[in-house]
Design a binder for this molecule. Structure first.
Ligand code: FEO
Ligand code: CA
Ligand code: CA
Ligand code: CA
Length: 672
């Protein structure tokens, strides 16, 4: 087996502060990290009670899972945990390419032996007949037909060997990089606001395989499946909260039909061929929120929103339309095979700052969706459907996300609380690990949260979860299950606000500048289980720093990683992790990494690609045949302006968020 490539030292810069430029912070998440964390609940950081009870159980052997896991589950979990770790053979091909070195280059850098192609850029025509892009003469009418801004989640529905449908989220807009002379929302032209609205949402484009390789290009011809969704596209609210008075507005007295989706970050694909798209920082679009507890818990501003969309659409003024914001913050299901279908906002999956939703089938054939609420000190959720998935029955499967149970996670460590001082030092038992439970908040017919109806749990999910002892996590982002083992992984991107005294076993650093990865092993490996074991295989940062951990792998042979965000797997069970935040945290461009999570190479993290200056590495997705990596560099040139861009990727003139595909020129599986 080839050895890991040597790692060059990181440049001596940027080891201060954390994350993105202030411009991106303001535009994407409404400066979330500069406000006090909205979770002020008295919820324990770690379930103090559970921790104290557990630390008394000195008889608990290292590696065992804690209280609350049944005998059956315990034995199943123990077996699963024993499958990994040093000394075990790697069960599948591991990545062997030579790592891309950390850099600050204004391009997508890929390993030797690979090639890349920019599939589609901001402004490229999507709908047949769409005008060609002209950055100096852009209109809202053109933008509605063209590829939107800031591509985030990428999904791919392959129709056959050579044809497929690409779904891309357009999370938000960087107006200062889109419009000449743009200053702020208070003075923005209406046309600029309308363009920005049209550049949100998502796109579906038909792709065709090129030359029998892993390269995919835009299809030409009729492109009947191509579609644009925007901040104005009509969308149907479904599930138990649809029609509830909290969702009714002057324009929609039935509370079932919403205009548009906002800040769609990551997402997922369902086994029945639909895409899930997650509305994240929706709060920042609304002005004048009434000062009440629910609005505070969702970070709704009582002043004017930066973009000032309320100047041209009154629904964004919550003083006049207080329920409008309750209609955002959902998982949206989109059927790419029916271009005329209404996008469906699934209230059963709760309302919060949804990062994404990733589906696994339970042992008895139902579907589970794993979901993060991306906010400092917020929670991890799981939905399990009431009905079973039926292969081939599209109509039935399109109802699965409307009935079932919504859970929130409580994690308990198996090491004494006093071993966690925020430094990230491993506890005496050698692992950050423990047990957890999925606490049911409600089903579609019954609430388990005193004082909350079903609809209230689903619309004010954060407040409901506050009452049941959910564990405050370090910004839960994307989830992804391994297709090989069924273990589930969650990216915890960072948490600048965690104090040393708030560190706990699942979130062992305070502050947590670089984030970590959580591995969840459901009891019996069943996605429908309500108990699980967990551990932290990777604590991110500069591997030369003591507070990093790569599953015990030799840290002289791994690459730096900061702010893990999006996750995906290749078919061999290697975990791919893209990042959002390195320019501030490590002084290098964001990247796409890959790491085995089983066997003796568990923790051997390599860097597959780096993205241009200012960009975050979104997407990523590996095609089912393992021949293509889809990657979506978002907000290249972040921090600059259209007149003075800090990036000119991809064309050398001004930055354009784009989707690229990467493949091995000799036709190897990606990562080899
Ligand atoms: Fe839009 Fe949580 O990243
Ligand atoms: Ca431990
Ligand atoms: Ca993200
Ligand atoms: Ca993912």
């Amino acid at each position: 087996m080839p050895e890991s490539a040597p790692r060059r030292p990181l440049p001596l810069l940027g080891q201060v502060g954390g994350g993105r430029s202030r411009a991106t912070c303001a535009l994407r998440c409404g400066d979330a990290c500069f406000h006090p964390a909205p979770n002020t609940s008295a919820n324990p950081y770690f379930g103090d009670i559970f921790q104290k009870a557990l630390s008394r159980r000195s008889a608990l052997r290292a590696g065992a899972v804690g209280a609350g896991v049944s005998a059956l589950g315990l034995s199943a979990l123990g077996t699963a945990a024993a499958d990994r770790g040093p000394g075990r053979p790697h069960p599948a091909p591991r990545p062997t390419f030579t790592s891309v070195q950390p850099n600050t280059d204004d391009k997508v850098t890929i390993p030797r032996g690979y090639d890349q192609h920019v599939i589609i850029r901001w402004g490229d025509p999507v709908l047949p007949g769409a005008p060609e892009f002209d950055v100096d003469a852009q209109t809202a009418e053109a933008q509605e037909q063209q590829f939107g801004y800031n591509c985030d989640y990428v999904g791919f529905h392959q129709l056959d060997d050579d044809n497929g449908l690409l779904w891309v989220n357009h999370e938000y807009t960087n107006e200062e990089l889109m419009f000449p002379g743009y200053t702020d929302g208070a003075t923005a032209d209406e046309e600029h606001v309308r363009i920005a609205m049209a550049a949100h949402g998502g796109s579906i484009v038909e792709l065709k395989r090129h030359a029998g390789t892993g390269e995919w290009r835009l299809a030409d011809g009729e492109r009947a499946f191509n579609r644009r969704l925007t901040a104005s596209t009509p969308m149907r609210l479904t599930g138990p909260a649809a029609g509830h008075e909290l969702l009714r507005t002057q324009d929609d007295p039935d509370g079932t039909l919403v205009k548009g989706m906002l800040n769609n970050c990551a997402g997922g694909m369902t086994p029945w061929g639909t895409f899930l798209s997650a509305e994240e920082n929706f709060n920042q679009y609304f002005s004048n929120a009434p000062a009440d507890a629910p609005n505070a818990r969702y970070g709704m501003g009582t002043g004017l929103a930066g973009r000032r969309w309320d100047r041209f659409e009154e629904r964004f003024d919550l003083a006049k339309h207080p329920n409008e914001a309750n209609r955002f913050g959902y998982i949206v299901e989109i059927d790419p095979l029916d271009p005329g279908s209404e996008p469906l906002k699934r209230t059963m999956l709760g309302r919060f700052k949804h990062e994404g939703a990733t589906i696994r089938i339970t042992d008895d054939g139902r579907v589970a969706a794993y979901m993060g609420d991306d906010e400092r000190f917020d929670y991890m959720y799981k939905f399990v459907s009431a009905k079973k998935y039926v292969e081939g029955s599209r109509r039935h499967n399109l109802t699965l996300l409307d009935t079932g149970t919504l859970y929130v996670a409580r994690l308990t460590g198996n090491s004494p609380a006093e071993e966690f001082d925020g430094s990230g030092a491993l506890p005496e038992d050698g692992e950050f690990d423990g047990s957890g439970e999925w606490i049911a908040l409600c089903t579609d017919t019954e609430s388990f949260v005193p004082g909350f109806s079903v609809a209230e749990v689903l619309v004010r999910t954060r407040l409901a979860a506050d009452t049941v002892g959910a564990t405050k996590m370090d910004r839960p982002e994307d989830f992804e299950p391994s297709p090989v083992t069924g273990k589930v992984y969650c990216a915890l991107t960072n948490n600048s606000a965690r104090e040393p005294g708030q560190a706990d076993e699942p979130n062992p650093r305070g502050p947590n500048k670089h984030g970590h990865i959580l591995e969840i092993v459901e009891a019996g490996s069943d996605a429908g289980a309500t108990e699980f074991a967990w551990n932290v295989p990777i604590v991110c940062g500069n591997p030369e720093d003591e507070d990093t951990y790569y599953a015990g792998f030799d840290k002289s042979k791994v690459m730096p990683i900061s702010a893990p965000d999006n996750l995906t797997f290749d078919k061999d069970g290697n975990l791919w992790i893209s990042t959002d935040g390195q320019p501030g945290a490590l002084g290098i461009n964001d990247a796409l990494h890959v790491v085995p999570v089983e066997g003796r190479f568990r923790g051997e993290l390599r860097t597959f690609a780096t993205v241009p200056v200012g960009a975050e590495a979104c997407g990523p997705l590996i095609s089912k045949d393992n021949k293509t990596v889809f990657l979506a560099p978002q907000h290249p040139g972040d921090g600059g302006t259209l007149a003075e861009p800090t990036s000119t990727w991809p064309d050398g003139d001004f930055p354009r968020p784009s989707v690229v595909c990467i493949w091995h020129t000799a036709g190897r599986d990606v990562g080899r």
